[in-house]
Design a protein around this ligand. Sequence first.
Ligand code: TYM
Length: 334
Amino acid sequence: MTRVFSGIQPTGDLHLGNLLGAVRWWVEDQRQGETFYCVVDLHALTEPGDPAELRPATLTMATWLLAAGLDPDGCTLFLQSQVPAHTQLTWLLECTASMGELRRMTQFKDKAARHGEESARVGLFTYPVLMAADILLYDADQVPVGDDQRQHLELTRELARRFNARYGPTFVVPEAAIRPPGRGNRIMDLQEPNDKMSKSSVSPQGTIYLLDDPVTIERKVKRAVTDPDDGPDAVRYDPVTKPGVSNLLEILASVQGRRPQDVAGDYTRYGPLKADLAAAVISLVEPIQAAYLKWTQDPGAVSSVLRAGAERADQVARVTLARASDAVGLVLPS
Ligand code: TYM
């Protein structure tokens, strides 16, 4: 049976990019294989943040994942920090990775550049190794992620191959399950269509959150940056020369399960495209919002899902950690 693993940072509220690029596929994958999904709270410590906010943000993210359709009986949902094998395997993999390859990670370069590399946390530098440990512990064949995680997945595969070559077959080499272009793998910011939609966007108007009410969603879509209206074929899918409108087409296509090129054929003007897009996003998020409200009324239920998830994940992760520890020559507890 296919093993699937994926993770998400505890940013609190889920946004449309997370949903269309990753979480929606997680829900679907529950029917195809054995699935492990993790809120990666240790990854959140790689950048400055308020400890008082981390706990609620972590639980809120777990609640959104359940509301979006993760089924506690169909998947293992857990918090990374509750399974100690994640940090333990990270050490073995840090002794497998090289400084040079971590220095090439674009996410580190981008984030370190913001505040200066000298003061960047060591954890930010080794972040991709912790991510590799997350994945390799579960012998995952498939890792459903958005396009922005491609480089991290390549590193994970490389570390698994290197470890196996050095110490003997230990890890499954995972595949990145990144959906093809045009299927939501890279949702862009509505205000800055050359940047990906994200929580850290400079403009709050550029990101649609699952908690946004219909009026807010309509406003954000209506104000989305489009490209100059260049005549009768202004609505066309061309991410290079028309990034704004292409992003709107991609979101609508992704919600409708169509190709953005086909959706473009339905429109000649931006206004109707935006109106349909807002309506489609509202219908997509409304049932998730209703489910979210239900889960928030029973926080004990969320905690119990996470407790059971951590137990199950721990059982699987321990076995892989022991295999890897044995392979490198450590003496296992007798
Ligand atoms: P994170 O928390 O930034 O994002 C979670 C998932 O959402 C996808 N995503 C997007 N997809 C399309 N368009 C967007 N604008 C967009 N923004 C986010 C991401 O690609 C991701 O799949 N390093 C990871 C978390 C992680 C992880 C792991 C993932 C830690 N360990 C192990 C997979 C396996 C991250 O920061 O994702």
